[in-house]
Design a protein around this ligand. Structure first.
Ligand SMILES: [Ca+2]
Ligand SMILES: [Ca+2]
Length: 180
């Protein structure tokens, strides 16, 4: 967590103690989209045997507290559920919901793999579940392809809920999803 995030927590605490009006803290809290998690988590997945997963957009998603490189994480997702892949994201709301799940399970270390990667050296990004690349939420200045070696998509480096390209062999926790 960055110092700014800690400040956000304190602002939230002070604001919520001082006033029952939730709008007050939203106005001053730079991480407001995260604060809404405590108000409303995504609803449970409606697929039998996956009720402990969450419904985000059209997909069911789950956080995995296992530190793996991008490829191993993708295959872990394929084994975790039929049609499973590292998660794709298609809207701001889905991005927020997904981040809520991450923070619920691991607020201290929220950097995760998502299922996006640069298609060879094309500068084009694709989702490994083959869905359309129709939404993105990069940290300003990213993807920067540092030293020409960053091809895989992570969330929660530097800015809460925002994306960065990182080296695929780095190990991170991750989020899987499937669409039934
Ligand atoms: Ca790259
Ligand atoms: Ca980068």
């Amino acid at each position: 967590m960055s110092p700014r995030d800690t400040g956000g927590d304190l602002q939230w605490l002070v604001a919520s103690l001082g006033s029952p009006n939730l709008q007050n803290y939203r106005a001053v809290d730079h991480t407001h989209h995260v604060r809404r998690c405590s108000v409303k988590m995504p609803r449970p997945c409606d697929v039998k045997n996956y009720e402990d997963w969450y419904k985000v957009g059209n997909s069911c998603v789950m956080y995995f507290n296992e530190s793996l490189n991008f490829t191993d994480a993708e295959f872990r997702c394929r084994n975790a559920a039929p049609g499973g892949h590292l998660a794709s994201v298609h809207s701001s709301q889905a991005n927020n919901n997904l981040n809520c799940i991450v923070l619920k399970y691991n607020k201290k270390s929220p950097r995760i793999w998502l299922g996006g990667f640069e298609f060879f050296n094309s500068g084009k990004w694709v989702w490994i579940d083959d869905s359309n690349w129709d939404f993105q939420a990069w940290v300003p200045g990213e993807p920067n392809n540092q030293k020409g070696k960053e091809d895989c998509l992570e969330m929660n480096w530097k800015e809460n809920g925002k994306w960065n390209d990182d080296r695929c062999f780095n190990k991170k926790n991750f989020v899987c999803s499937f669409t039934n």
